[in-house]
Structures are given as structure tokens and as C-alpha cells.
Design a protein around this ligand. Structure first.
Ligand SMILES: NC(=O)c1ccc[n+]([C@@H]2O[C@H](COP(=O)([O-])OP(=O)(O)OC[C@H]3O[C@@H](n4cnc5c(N)ncnc54)[C@H](OP(=O)(O)O)[C@@H]3O)[C@@H](O)[C@H]2O)c1
Length: 335
């Protein structure tokens, strides 16, 4: 069977929002699969802010995508052909599929694909039941150790990761404050049960936060970094835990380093900890989190929304939605 693959390869290092001209859309005939390889038909691509950092020529936790390479992204596909005993035709598989309609992979080591049970809709599996849910769960529950009555602040709160983190914090009996951009996202946070919200695009966080966090902040789940992190450091309590999940305001889309918070001394005064973490380290042990998340989802307790764009030709614009804030929930693209 002749299979054609349509793929986006990187042509230039982008500056700021990406442009179609930073890439090239190519169609090619797929080769035959070799020993231990599988051929996957990609169904949904996951869009994550970190993908933008992989397009920069800067050191990171994964090597930069090289000029001429397919743009790296997670996603879910169906196994079409298999020469690997661990995967059978028809399996749903999650892994680094890339911005393309098909991929051939020898799934070992970092290239491993997880076979996903076909029980919930794929968008749900890529959102709360995927790395997004695992990130929020391990960041907040395992590292943050939230206690009833504590105040938890989440930035990027209406996004995919943030919206799971705020809800788990409520399940744990915390007072939860969410920061998000725009009235619609703030209204959604209230629907999720968030106690107080700050619309950072239409108000002054430095003025609003001390008014809302009268008892100080015990846990800050940080998705944005930058100025908001600096503001929060002025409001933390003794023994506060600051969980650095992401820093989307701090130059993901630029080939230069952002300014740092100037008040790290607050960590000393407040005997606080600031800890970065990467979901990749938690995926192998994610069973416990996924079981608990699945229960919350099945009970209708954990709400989630997915923003599904369509068409492989729309990959670049879909990535930009994460940086303009257009995405309403987990950003996906259906191929
Ligand atoms: N550590 C890990 O392993 C890990 C894993 C997954 C994700 N993350 C991080 O978690 C964060 C959220 O990722 P996600 O996949 O859940 O995406 P998301 O929150 O669904 O989408 C990104 C959101 O970031 C906000 N944003 C964009 N530019 C901003 C800016 N300059 N300042 C403030 N907010 C801005 C926008 O929301 P508004 O409309 O509210 O501005 C946008 O909707 C990212 O920083 C990501 O890198 C980390």
C-alpha cells in the first residue's frame, strides 16, 4: 500500500509568533517499515507552549529541532502497520508524532510510544488524561502538598494545565485564586469553583493580588514566570512552595533570555522553596495520578475543555494560539 505523508519541516528559526514561511509543507511517499518499526496514522496533534522553545537554537531539556527536520510535537495516532511485537495494528499510540499526517518510528527509549486504552474520546485522553493532567497533578499534589485552608495561586489558570491545577486545589480544600487573561476565561474559572480571579490583561496584578490574598500565598503554581512571578514573591507566606511549571511570558518565542525576578531574597525571608519540574520525569509513574483523574472525570467532578483546530495545513497558526491566548482549553489539532 502506498502511503503519502504530509509534513511540516523547519526552514528558519522564528522570532516571536511563527509564520508559515518559517516552515515548509512537504508531501512524500512513506518508505516500507523495517524491523521493530511501526507506521502510525496521526489522528490528533497536541500543541504545547514548549514546542515553541524547541524551535529556538537554545539549550533545553530536548535538543532544538534542526533546520530541515519535522517539527516535534506530541500526539495520538493509530498503528497502521507493525513490525514490533509490542504494538499491533489498530492500537492507539501516544508519543512524539510530529507535525505530520503519518510517522514511522522504532519505539525504544525516548522514542517509546504508549499504547492508550480506547475508552475515552481522544481529546480527553490528550488533555486531562494525558501529560496535561499528569503535569497539574504531580506539580500540585506531589510537590506542592496542598493542605486544607491553604491559599493556592495559579497563573495561566484557565489554560489546559492551570484549569486542572485549580480544580485539584479546590478538591484538596484550599482557597484558590486564578490569574487569566480576559473576561471569558475568568468567568470559566468561576464555573470551575475558583474563589477569586484576576484578569491580568484588564487589571493590575500587583494591586489586586494583595487585596485577594489577605492571608498570603502558600502555594504558587506558576505557568507564566516574568512580572507576575515577581509580584507573587512579595505576597508569599513562610514555608511557601513555588512550583515552576512554565514561564510562557518569559521569552519562549524569542532567542534571548528574559529579565529575572529581582526579589528572590523573598525566598530567604519566607524560608520558601521554588522548584522546577518536568512532566517527562513523572510519566513512568503516572498510573496513580491517572486513576484518580479518571475517577474525577467519570464522576463529572473534573471539568475540562479542548480547543480542536482542524487540518495539518493549520499547524503554525494553531501553535500561535497558545501565545495570543486564543486557545480555550487544551489546544489540539485534528488531522
Ligand atoms: N513543566 C512541565 O512539564 C510542563 C508541562 C506542560 C505544560 N507546562 C507549562 O505550563 C504552561 C501552560 O501550558 P498549557 O499547555 O496548559 O497551555 P495553556 O495554558 O492551555 O495555553 C497557554 C496560555 O498561556 C497564556 N499566555 C500566553 N502568553 C502569555 C503571556 N505573555 N503572559 C501570561 N500568560 C500568557 C494564555 O492564557 P491567557 O489567555 O490567560 O493569557 C494561553 O492561553 C506553559 O508555561 C507550559 O510551558 C509545563
Amino acid at each position: 500500500m502506498t502511503i503519502k505523508n504530509t509534513k511540516w519541516v523547519l526552514r528558519n528559526r522564528p522570532e516571536g509568533l511563527v509564520k508559515d514561511s518559517d516552515f515548509e509543507l512537504i508531501t512524500e511517499i512513506m518508505p516500507e517499515i523495517q524491523e521493530d518499526e511501526i507506521l502510525i496514522e496521526n489522528l490528533f496533534l497536541s500543541f504545547d507552549p514548549t514546542q515553541r522553545t524547541w524551535l529556538n537554537d537554545m539549550p533545553g531539556y530536548l535538543p532544538p529541532v534542526q533546520i530541515g527536520e519535522v517539527v516535534r510535537s506530541g500526539g495520538m495516532g493509530r498503528v497502521l502497520e507493525s513490525n514490533n511485537p509490542e504494538y499491533k495494528v489498530g492500537d492507539l499510540a501516544f508519543g512524539f508524532v510530529g507535525w505530520q499526517s503519518h510517522c514511522i518510528t522504532k519505539p525504544t527509549g525516548d522514542e517509546r510510544f504508549r499504547v492508550i486504552p480506547d475508552i475515552l474520546p481522544i481529546p480527553t485522553m490528550l488533555n486531562v488524561m494525558g501529560t496535561t493532567g499528569i503535569t497539574a497533578y504531580y506539580g500540585l499534589v506531589e510537590l506542592g502538598n496542598p493542605q486544607p485552608g491553604e491559599t493556592v495561586l495559579v497563573s495561566g489558570a484557565a489554560g489546559a494545565t492551570g484549569s486542572v491545577a485549580v480544580q485539584i486545589a479546590k478538591f484538596k480544600g484550599c482557597h484558590v485564586i486564578g490569574i487569566a487573561g480576559g473576561a471569558e476565561k475568568c468567568a470559566w474559572l468561576k464555573e470551575l469553583g475558583v474563589d477569586d480571579v484576576i484578569d491580568y490583561k484588564n487589571s493590575n496584578v500587583a494591586e489586586e493580588l494583595p487585596k485577594l490574598a489577605k492571608n498570603g500565598i502558600d502555594i504558587y503554581f506558576d505557568n507564566v514566570g516574568g512580572d507576575i512571578l515577581e509580584t507573587v514573591l512579595f505576597c508569599i507566606n513562610i514555608n511557601a512552595r513555588i512550583l515552576l511549571c512554565g514561564g510562557i511570558s518569559s521569552g519562549y518565542d524569542a532567542n534571548r533570555l528574559p529579565a529575572g525576578p529581582r526579589n528572590l531574597f523573598s525566598l530567604i525571608i519566607k524560608r520558601a522553596t521554588m522548584q522546577g519540574f518536568l512532566v517527562l520525569d513523572y510519566i513512568p509513574q503516572s498510573q496513580k495520578a491517572l486513576e484518580e483523574i479518571a475517577t474525577w472525570v467519570m464522576e463529572g467532578k473534573l471539568k475540562h475543555r479542548e480547543d480542536v483546530q482542524e487540518g495539518i495545513e493549520n499547524c503554525p497558526q494553531t501553535l500561535n494560539r497558545l501565545f495570543t491566548g486564543e486557545n480555550k482549553g487544551k489546544q489540539l489539532l485534528k488531522i
